[in-house]
Write a protein that binds this ligand. Sequence first.
Ligand code: SER
Length: 676
Amino acid sequence: MTAAEIRRAFLEFFKERGHLIVPSAPVVPQDDPTLLFTNAGMNQFKPYFLGLAKPDSTRIADTQKCIRVSGKHNDLEEVGVSPYHHTFFEMLGNWSFGDYFKRESIRWGWELMTEVFKLPKDKLYASVYETDDEAEQLWRGETDIVPSHVLRFGKKDNWWSMGDTGPCGPCTEIHIDRGPQFDNDPNAFVNSGSRRYIELWNHVFIQFDAQPDGKLVQLPARHVDTGAGLERLATVLGGHNSNYDTDLFQPIIQAIVDKTGKAYSNEDSGIPHRVIADHLRCLTFAIGDGAMPGNEGRGYVLRRILRRAARFGRKVDLQEPFLHKLVPVLVDTMGQVFPEIKDRHAHIARVIEAEESHFGKTLDRGLEQFETVITSLRKSKSLEIPGEEVFKLYDTFGFPLDLTQLMARENGLTVDEKGFTAAMEQQRARARAAGAFKTAHHVSIAAETDVSTTFVGYDNLSVSTRIVVLFYNPDDGMIVFASEQTPFYVESGGQVSDIGQVEIQTDDGPLVAKVNDVVRRDKALIHTAQLDGIHPVLQTAADGQAWLTATLSVPRAHRDPTQYNHTSTHLLHAALRTAFGDHVHQAGSYVGPDYLRFDYTHFSKPTSDELSSIESQVNEWIRGNYRVTPQVKSLKEAQALGAMALFGEKYGDEVRMVEIADDERIVSANCAAAAM
Ligand code: SER
């Protein structure tokens, strides 16, 4: 049977038995702060079990998108290595909310497995909770299972709870013996961890609500919660060896083979294909449901998964961002059952691509660095990666600790975690010291009330000027200075500060330093720059014994894309107002060279049709090459001309009004603070 046939047969079976078929809940839980990701079919029904809400029907069935990445349920490092661990999977399930209980659940479980799916009865086993006499009797009385195949197990195997707290109860599971070809160990048996005996379907009899102190509070009603992993069923019913051989994964694996020319096998050489296929599913569904890669919580989990996929991609010579190109293959396979990934495919691919390219740049260098480290460890016959090396991988190459730990384990090594923490602490101390140096000197420059800097960066990206105050820290090469003029834009209206360089003239020739920060303090624009080596000439200047001339420059590669993105926020604002009405206001934004974000006020989420029409409108204006004209005006005058000013933004008497227009119409007019 194909996965689609199994899904359909399962839902049909329960529909015939009075169940309402509902769509999967999003994989990003909507209102359960105890959960990072939806990890079981019953999550969305938690309020029904607890008696906090009433379901539309007391019998429900569905296929639920689930993510299990770490913690109680899964181990990321197993995924792709084993034939059946996944980060993302589908769970088929049926529920009774205070309706039927153990008898029907067991009887129907057996009927579906043996009569619809036609699994051989003598190969099936049922496990029950050690004290659940009732379940054992029902198995013996309601089904024709081999009586000796009903087994009792303890809490570890036959008690299910959603987490440390929440709905829980004893369970009964259906297992199958796939035969000695999967494992010929004579001790292999149900729940022994063998690949020969695998669990197919869990039926939980929910009766309690676990409290934070561990107490079990009896629920007002008794419920049934079952879950069967579709991937496993597809493996068993399709006669496959591994979940990855099923039609849920094969199209993706085949696409990887086509792209790389690297054949797929069930052995270790197929690990990269399996990791990529699994992780692609997880990322696509999570991003499709609104999650974003990031540095915390859910976002961090996605980031780790993406980085792991990118790293395995390198093993099959996939150097350039590749994951996003596989999104359409997955959409073809699953978009019909889960239309949300079809609707949001462009967004999903864009988010994945941005994250891949961001990490890809450092990944290769990081992998080289990792190889160098382990080669030298092997030479010295050491089995532990020193904390400083782990820190370097983290700090310079963006390898999270657990990625390095994972790679270490794959190479039979461990990681000096304590050393890593110490190195991290040292760096924090250095950063604190540098921060203190910078802040102290920002304050002292601002206090010199006569320091005033003229911003010339709208017209010039490079200017030769005089540095009027400079502080220098020879220990780490940090320079803090203010000049008479600057082309550096200071963060304002969501647009990020410019970065660039300063070339300082000295008697010994020019010194070039990277400018990585600019801030405004009163009338002064204060730059922070970084320089390698020790330069006594700067020390002398800092002591006030020399004047310095310098050339400050902002690269076009930074400013141009930033400016385009800034203009695009105005276009987006105008397009949103056209689509939704004049109540749409800008509520914040990020404008950098890499991307833009635009926050706005509106009462509902845009539909995908609305989004595409807004997108087309913005693109049409861009292609129309409208004039972008800045003019300095009084705020009043600009507002009289219809220019939009940002609520809460501070403007001087004069504003810089930016108008986007052609001869016939004004697309947008916006105010920005004028005097820089
Ligand atoms: N909640 C149970 C599980 O996740 C049955 O669906 O296994």
